[in-house]
Design a protein around this ligand. Structure first.
Ligand code: ADP
Length: 248
């Protein structure tokens, strides 16, 4: 029985690679609308955990539920994306030669093929949806610019916008602020905070100052399981967490 109010419910998940337990009896419960930060030293299992949620990697044991009744372990990778889980990798992969607007247009959920998308006229409603996302990601004034001419930070926001065009319920975001200026980091924090509520977000992040600035619940992964959970101040005061980070 899956508890109510959770968008993601991972229980007792383990996965081994050649006998090495990359994920070891992991439990992770994400509430609807929550923004959760996942930290942990290199090799802690953060990427593998994201791969399990998206169906790229299958666990050896455990259960993984999305919302009340979607069993992630029974779905293929495309089916999981279709069900409403979007993932943003660290490096932005926008279409550099196309405008910001066209990037969002191509990412719009729907049955239309790329050719139809580029040749057909958008409905007013579709235009509004794109404009809406442009405002959210702060790129409305850059909409007719080639994506290739954007700054690194703006490309990251555009890619988040491209995910939003698919109406995901859960966003998985991998180190979005790597390589950003301080100003871009602040803006990214505001963006993620504003998206939480309507969406649920799992954020893997190395930058501790950024995680602290978000002031959300933090989960510390270590050796494939949860070492500590709480506010950044709480987990940083935990001697086991201190030990793990000093040993890195
Ligand atoms: P993190 O993202 O926290 O740095 P990873 O999930 O990438 O950690 O890796 C966890 C552990 O699992 C590491 O020791 C890594 O070497 C190992 N690992 C991850 N993927 C594979 C794989 N496909 N084959 C073998 N070992 C892997």
């Amino acid at each position: 029985d899956v508890a109510k109010g959770y968008i993601l419910y991972l229980e007792d998940i383990s996965v081994s690679f050649d006998g090495f337990k990359a994920i070891n009896e992991l439990n992770l419960y994400i509430k609807e609308g929550e923004l959760r930060c996942i930290i942990g030293p290199n090799g802690a299992g953060k990427t593998t955990m994201m791969d399990i949620i998206t169906g790229k990697t299958r666990p050896d044991q455990g259960s993984a539920w999305f919302g009340q009744n979607i069993n992630l372990l029974e779905l293929s990778e495309p089916e999981i994306a279709q069900a409403g889980i979007g993932r943003k990798f660290q490096k932005p992969t926008v279409f550099e030669q196309l405008s910001v607007f066209a990037n969002l247009e191509l990412s719009m959920a729907g049955e239309k093929g790329v050719w139809t998308t580029l040749t057909a006229t958008l409905t007013g409603e579709q235009r509004d949806r794109i404009d809406n996302v442009l405002v959210k990601i702060g790129l409305i004034e850059h909409r007719y610019q080639d994506a290739g001419s954007l700054s690194h930070g703006q490309k990251q926001w555009l890619e988040i916008g491209m995910l939003l065009m698919q109406n995901p319920k859960l966003l998985l975001v991998d180190e979005p602020v790597a390589g950003m200026t301080h100003q871009e980091m602040d803006r990214t924090g505001e963006l993620l905070t504003s998206l939480a509520g309507e969406h649920s977000i799992v954020l893997v992040e190395h930058d501790m100052d950024f995680v602290r600035s978000l002031a959300k619940q933090v989960t510390v992964l270590h050796q494939g399981s949860v070492l500590a959970e709480g506010s950044m101040a709480q987990v940083q005061a935990d001697p086991r967490v201190v030990e793990v980070y000093l040993g890195e």
